[in-house]
Design a protein around this ligand. Structure first.
Ligand code: AR6
Length: 341
């Protein structure tokens, strides 16, 4: 997956390059800087001494010594002074310079901490947004896998309002789903077409399922039944891409899916994707809920109100928010797996 948020200690990441949140001297310090120097050993400091420091908003690259990666990119983030002193631009520039350095050094995988969000005081939700926006922008025109490494749960916050809204949505839907009356209604809905009128709020979600069962062709032999096989997931995906008038690359990049996986799906009409992959494409294609359900069904899945992952994805789709990185931020905050490959 091109952009992933993971919870880890960055010094343990087995990637081509890790990024350090350094200061202008490049001679070490506290926080992640201290942890990286400690794990890399004295060779790193010796090389840093030869670099002559670094300006805020820029970055320099060194070897990685005892770390399990090949390079360390030392980026100097801005100190937070309230947000009106060019902090955002400098932070963006940190990420861009680091990504360009990684590219020049042929790195395929890079891990970033949330630069400036510790000792330098940049609010964590804002720092995360800058990281996600800048990295995803870069990934639109470059092939690379980038990790944002979050050290601890406390270091991670999506905006309080969004968190509250999602939590409420989960509560509401969990409660709904777990009443017997509701479950009973859902079951009869699948059996009895007329029930659509009785509980219309279910109609959109379940229509594709009911429609598919109603339209199932009858066959006189097993061979004949198999020959009536419906459009596959891969065929539906390619058709929707054409209908939207977008290119394959625009679609898989927006889905946060890597090119190799997309080629596999493209060349195998019976490809069996995972549920997060299907949803990533549904988001990239900006499908409404009913079409999302239909696409999931092609791969043997459904959106259900019995798990948080599904409810969170549904929360965003029902609000017309198709930004996969924002959805992944929210999934991460609720400890769910992320969308994409
Ligand atoms: N792995 C991943 N993330 C970490 C780790 C780790 N091992 N340790 C801390 N973080 P900070 P800054 C997170 O303070 O704000 C140094 O003294 C941490 O939770 O390391 O850019 C430098 O020399 C936070 O979210 O860097 C500079 O003087 C994020 O990394 C100054 O601090 C960044 O926190 C730079 O301050």
């Amino acid at each position: 997956m091109p952009l992933e948020i993971v919870r880890n200690d960055i010094t343990k990441m087995k990637v081509d390059a890790i990024v350090n949140a350094a200061n202008q001297t490049l001679l070490g310090g506290g926080g992640v800087d201290g942890a990286i120097h400690h794990a890399a050993g004295p060779g790193l400091l010796a090389e840093c001494r030869t670099l002559g420091g670094c300006e805020t908003g820029s970055a320099k690259i060194t070897g990685a010594y005892r770390l399990p990666c090949k390079y360390v990119i030392h980026a100097v983030g801005p100190r937070w002074h309230g947000g009106k002193h060019g902090e955002r631009e400098k932070l963006i520039s940190c990420y861009r310079t680091s990504l360009e350095l990684a590219k020049e050094n042929k790195c395929d995988t890079v891990a970033f901490p949330l630069i400036s969000s510790g000792i330098y005081g940049y609010p964590k939700d804002k720092a995360l947004k800058v990281a996600i926006d800048t990295i995803s922008d870069f990934l639109f025109s470059n092939e690379m896998t980038v990790y944002i490494v979050i050290f601890d749960k406390a270091a991670y916050q999506i905006s309080e309002k969004l968190f509250k809204d999602i939590a409420e949505y989960i509560d509401d839907n969990y409660v709904e789903e777990h009443t017997d009356r509701r479950r009973e209604q859902m079951r009869s809905l699948l059996l009895d077409e007329e029930m659509f009128e009785v509980i219309p709020e279910n109609a959109e979600r379940l229509a594709p399922i009911a429609k598919a069962s109603m339209e199932a062709p009858t066959a006189s032999s097993l061979d004949e039944a198999i020959s009536m096989i419906d459009e596959s997931f891969s065929e539906m995906l390619l058709r929707k891409i054409d209908e939207r008038g977008i290119t394959d690359a625009q679609c898989y990049k927006k889905a946060n899916i890597d090119r190799k996986l997309f080629s596999k799906i493209r060349s195998d009409r019976l490809y069996k994707p995972s549920k997060p992959t299907v949803l990533a494409f549904a988001i990239a294609l900006e499908l409404p809920l009913s079409e999302t359900q239909e696409m999931l069904m092609k791969a043997g899945f459904a959106l259900s109100h019995s798990n948080k992952f599904d409810i969170i994805v549904e929360f965003f789709i029902s609000r017309g928010n198709y930004n996969i990185f924002e959805i992944n931020e929210a999934l991460f905050a609720f400890d769910q797996s992320l969308l994409g490959a």
